[in-house]
Design a protein around this ligand. Structure first.
Ligand code: HEC
Length: 136
């Protein structure tokens, strides 16, 4: 009875399912997200630990960014800013965000946020996200 030793073929559905489970989870790199224009993913990955953007969401490690475009630097309520940011004196717009995100400590030495992003597409994706999602 040699044929009794033959393993029964696995049903195709289960084989396909196992195959899918073995595939690594897709990891979205910042450049891929930027290329896809996905500012929300970029913001979540790079800023979301420290910043909120929705109305009535408060400070985390960083000040709330709701309404940041058009807001004077260093003036969100209930946040203890560095002197550097409190005395900066400008109003946030895309150009200031661009410089801040390129190298925050070069732009405002002594500030508490330490962020550098050399990839233009990533910075611009995040700024676009703020323009459409953090606006009052
Ligand atoms: C590890 C925490 C952390 C991360 C990550 C972070 N920030 Fe910040 N951010 C801060 C802190 C702290 C301050 C306050 C800096 C100060 O007072 O000098 C700040 C300040 C700011 C301000 C000034 C706001 C104001 O009210 O003047 C902006 C704009 C900002 N961050 C944007 C971003 C963006 C966009 C990202 C993501 C690309 C980001 N930050 C990532 C901690 C962080």
């Amino acid at each position: 009875m040699t044929h009794a030793l033959h393993a029964r073929p696995m049903p195709v559905g289960i084989a396909a399912l196992l195959f899918l489970l073995l595939l690594p989870l897709p990891v979205v790199t910042p450049s891929q997200a930027a290329a896809a224009g996905d500012g929300e993913t970029l913001f979540r990955q790079q800023c979301g630990t420290c910043h909120t953007v929705k109305k009535d969401e408060g400070a985390r490690a960083g000040p709330p960014l709701y309404g940041v475009l058009g807001r004077k630097a260093g003036t969100a309520a209930d946040f203890e800013y560095s002197d550097a940011l409190r005395r900066a004196g400008f109003t946030w717009d895309a150009g200031h965000l661009e410089r801040w995100l390129t190298n925050s400590n070069d732009f405002l030495p002594g500030s508490y946020m330490n962020y550098r992003q050399e990839d233009d597409a990533v910075r611009q994706g995040i700024i676009r996200f703020l323009q459409s999602n953090a606006a009052k």
